[in-house]
Design a protein around this ligand. Structure first.
Ligand SMILES: NC(=O)c1ccc[n+]([C@@H]2O[C@H](COP(=O)([O-])OP(=O)(O)OC[C@H]3O[C@@H](n4cnc5c(N)ncnc54)[C@H](O)[C@@H]3O)[C@@H](O)[C@H]2O)c1
Length: 260
């Protein structure tokens, strides 16, 4: 067990990558605060962790609201005494060319993906800096590494998360805090299914067909990834084995962004 006595806060922990990572942290001994806008899914993850003998609490909230960050951080401290790891994972996809992107759409994507990451990080740093220890992992996307068609708002928000990571890694390393970013490619989750259903609908094919075509044409490893294959990188980055990794932007994408 690598994280006995440590506490992790995972946003979007009710589904997909967040759920797999919350359970992976717990399986490695960490107490976990699971934050999700969908309270039922957060409670389900907490039940899964507790049934396996772990410790967890659920916080229902929208990370675009400052109250959620404050509530999540204070509840984690109250229940577990510290916050050692923050996984800024919650995010929303948005598929639309710019001319069909309303100001409200743009604001929502930025408020959740970028501002939510900023607010959650700021609240966690208040605890980590005085303790001189913490690891922050931000979840961007392959979409943050290069442009993606009909994805201007989402890609921009994810590129912002990459630069936020770099800035944090410069400012807080001297306070004992490492900050890194992961860029998943195509990972089989409900978000990926919604994304491909919409891309498929625009082409007049099924979501599964759209996904298959994408994988064959673009992913050198010729398959999608699993949430567990992302979770294992996040927990590695939080572990002592990664103690000299700070400011890294790590694709987890089967080679998708390696080149043409
Ligand atoms: N699945 C992929 O292929 C893929 C690829 C690249 C990046 N990502 C990123 O990974 C992250 C997790 O995505 P996933 O694929 O696991 O999706 P998912 O839909 O399975 O899970 C996302 C979770 O976040 C929660 N959430 C959404 N908005 C929220 C908000 N405002 N406040 C709190 N919780 C909120 C949802 O309720 C859900 O439980 C996202 O940031 C996504 O952009 C996913």
């Amino acid at each position: 067990m690598r994280f006995t006595g440590k506490a992790a806060l995972v946003t979007g922990g009710g589904s997909g990558i967040g759920r797999a990572t919350a359970t992976a942290f717990a399986a490695d001994g960490a107490a976990v605060c699971v934050v999700d806008i969908d309270g039922e899914s957060a409670s389900n993850t907490v039940s899964e962790i507790k049934n396996a003998g772990g410790q967890a609490i659920a916080i229902t909230g929208d990370i675009a609201s400052p109250d959620t960050a404050n509530n999540a951080v204070s509840s984690t401290i109250k229940n577990f005494g510290s916050i050692d790891f923050l996984f800024n994972n919650a995010g929303v996809e948005f598929i639309s060319p710019l001319m069909e992107t309303s100001v409200a759409d743009w604001d929502r994507v930025m408020d959740v993906n970028m501002k939510g990451t900023y607010m959650m990080t700021k609240a966690a740093l208040e605890v980590m800096v005085p303790k001189k220890f913490g690891v922050i992992i931000n979840n961007a996307s392959d979409a943050g590494l290069r442009g993606i068609k009909v994805n201007a708002a989402y890609s921009s928000s994810k590129a912002g998360i990459i630069h936020l990571t770099r800035s944090l890694s410069l400012d807080y390393a001297s306070s004992g805090i490492r900050t890194n970013c992961i860029c998943p490619g195509c990972i089989r989750t409900p978000l990926c299914e919604r994304f491909n259903a919409e891309v498929g609908a625009r082409k007049g094919i099924s979501g599964e067909q759209a996904l298959q075509e994408f994988v064959e044409a673009n992913i050198p490893m010729q398959r999608v990834g699993t949430p567990e294959e992302v979770a294992s990188v996040v927990t590695f980055l939080c572990s002592e084995d990664a103690r000299y990794i700070n400011g890294a932007i790590i694709p987890i994408d089967g080679g998708l962004t390696a080149g043409m």
